[in-house]
Design a protein around this ligand. Sequence first.
Ligand code: NAD
Ligand code: ZN
Ligand code: ZN
Length: 338
Amino acid sequence: MRAYRIPSPGAPAEWQEVPVPRPAPDQVLLRMKAAGVCRTDLEIMDHGIQFVPWVGSYTLGHENIGEVVGLGEAVTGRSIGDMVVVNAGGTCGVCRNCLTGDDNFCTARPLVYGTANDGGLADFMVARQRDVLSIGSLAPTTAAPLGDAGATAYGAVQRALPGVGDNGAVVVIGVGGLGSFALQLLRLKTTATVIAVDLPERLAHAKERGAHATVASDAGAAAAILALTDGTGVDAVLDFVGIDATLTLSAQITRSLGSVTLVGTGGGTLPFGFMASQAGVRFSTHASCSLEELTELISITERGLLDVDTTFYPFAELERAYDDLRAGRIVGRGVLTF
Ligand code: NAD
Ligand code: ZN
Ligand code: ZN
């Protein structure tokens, strides 16, 4: 079968012919139906960043929907024909974070699909039974972005929510694949003012996805956001870009006791010190959402409460999808069809 793979640490991706995998006893074999392309793939392909420890050459693709076409001998909870989403970060189920339901922060990850172990940029992939969830009535192409973009936005929003007041404000920086979900989820779950920060050409889309106010990401952004909050700052910032400039902005615009959640892998840093922000601001990084939250997200989407913005590309033309992502030409998520 065709697979788009990272052949060695730090090397660019390439097409390879590889055998169709055989499911281990606890795995299902999936015929790929849809796969989203993520900016994280560009960090891996273009900048040689390996986010999780290298275990060997691997197939990219961490936002995967497939049809179950084969069952390992120990699989009992899945049937041939099931349409499933793969939870990109495999969970151990027994570490402290897994036991408290924070399994997206599993500290004993058995495997990670598409960033260390084989993912879905191939005609087939295998996944452990415990890592797949039914997509219910959703079309595979609608469900695909939920697996990573939606999941990560959902997880980050859920984490920030306890600190968001009914009359408060939240800033979303970067309204692309992930940020488009975050805006909508904030509008669904809070009565706070939702402010989007992005490049000027992206702000109309941010409005369509629910931003009450939009601010261009430039030198005047901090002053504009503070003005929108009578000078006090916002309750929470979700940074889906993560460069020096957006982290600096985040620290400048967050109110005392507010939170800054960093999701973007732009490689930026923020000097930390007593005067780095208002008093009591909490800074954290965030990845994905729990399995339970992913089932909630699928259900919310099935009920028509979220718009999933997609641009489709045939699997064989995935390089065009990545070129469009590099150039900022994709609104929402690029999704490969098989
Ligand atoms: P994307 O390209 O679809 O969206 C990025 C958005 O940021 C675009 O709208 C772009 O215009 C905007 N942007 C670029 N520079 C900006 C700036 N200086 N100020 C404001 N906005 C700016 O990317 P995506 O796939 O949504 O991924 C977003 C980030 O999240 C990436 O860094 C990706 O690697 C990361 N990511 C992290 C996780 C995780 O679990 N932590 C999961 C998925 C993606
Ligand atoms: Zn991703
Ligand atoms: Zn665990």
